[in-house]
Write a protein that binds this ligand. Structure first.
Ligand code: SAM
Length: 309
């Protein structure tokens, strides 16, 4: 503890406003967790000042010390110069009301599936009994761990092909005391032979090759394995649709995110009844499908999936 501190004439709000102006002027991309400059600047200021993310606005008029100002400006500088996503700078991302460790081993948690988890997957589950759930392509473990957190009586498995992502997921499992979550290494369903789930949730890679090549610099810090998914973004989603029936219980449900590949999927399989989830901000490329519909349309799905590498 220093014997004395010198305060700047600046408040927290001044720093946040300054950061947001610099971020906008620099043309940063805000596709990771926060979608605007003010929220990102707020996140960085609170992190540098060791303050809680839900700090009461009354502290916004508090003045900062010279040391604190320097720490904030150094973070702003890295965000602008290096384009590192804010969550990787702070090492933390919030998802479904929980704080996850976030670093370059896995994508920054940001899926709208968080909203479904917090709603208990209703109305989609519609009273189905769930004992076992799978989060395929778990990355940081955010979907598996948040699902396990809100459903302590479910057994949840989080699976990913990437060892680095799984090591981050393991740290998050420990951080959030997720005793009912098990992590597995698996190439899609290959490491889950003979296993059956009442609910499969997945946010697989779904960015087209062209879009992946054109993404803003921020995305280059994330593992490409979590993004790239072929010419139309459906390489992995089609295989998941093909193989899910073997791993779903009789009236099981698959919930899958395909983002902007929604349109391509609708064109490839117009007859498959997919229910596109409406979020507070509209549709976000997430569908729900029942096992029996996947079985009924299996031949058409298999033809398309088998044609992918
Ligand atoms: C879009 S990220 C989603 C991560 C996490 N579920 C989330 O919502 O933040 C996709 C994940 O799929 C994993 N992945 C890519 N190909 C895979 C495969 N063949 N089998 C299993 N996981 C795979 C990547 O390692 C990455 O972690």
């Amino acid at each position: 503890m220093p014997a004395s501190v010198s305060f700047e004439p600046l408040t927290l709000v001044d720093l946040i406003r300054y950061g947001a102006s610099r971020f906008n002027a620099a043309g940063l991309s805000f596709g990771h967790s926060y979608d605007n400059a003010l929220d990102e600047a707020t996140q960085l200021v609170l992190h540098a000042l060791h303050l809680p993310h839900d700090l009461s606005p009354v502290y916004g008029q508090g003045r900062v010390t010279t040391e604190e100002k320097d720490a904030v400006l150094a973070l702003f500088q890295r965000r602008v110069d290096e384009r590192i996503p804010a969550a990787y700078l702070t090492g933390e991302a919030w998802f479904a009301g929980l704080s996850f460790k976030s670093d370059a081993r896995a994508l920054v948690p940001r899926s709208p599936i968080a909203e479904l988890i917090e709603a208990g997957f209703e109305p989609w589950l519609g009273g189905r009994e769930v004992r076992r759930a799978l989060d395929l392509c778990t990355g940081s473990g955010c979907i598996a761990i948040a699902t396990g957190h809100y459903h302590p009586d479910w057994d949840v498995i989080g699976a990913d092909i990437n060892d680095a992502a799984l090591s981050l997921a393991a740290e998050n499992k420990e951080r959030l005391l997720a005793g009912n979550v098990e992590l597995r290494k698996s190439d899609l369903f290959q490491g889950l032979q003979g296993e059956v789930f009442d609910l499969i949730v997945t946010n697989p890679p779904y960015v087209t090759d062209d879009e992946t090549d054109a993404l803003p610099r921020e995305y280059s810090f994330e593992p490409e394995l979590g993004l790239r998914a072929g010419f139309d973004g459906l390489d992995l989603a089609l295989k998941i649709l093909r193989d899910a029936p073997q791993h779903l219980s009789e009236d099981g449900l698959l919930i899958c995110e395909v983002g902007e590949a929604e349109r391509a999927l609708g064109e490839l399989l117009p007859q498959l009844p997919l229910a596109w989830v409406e979020f507070k901000v509209g549709q976000m490329g997430i569908f729900v499908v029942e096992r029996h519909d996947l079985v009924e349309h299996h031949d058409a799905i298999k033809r398309l999936a088998d044609a992918r590498a």
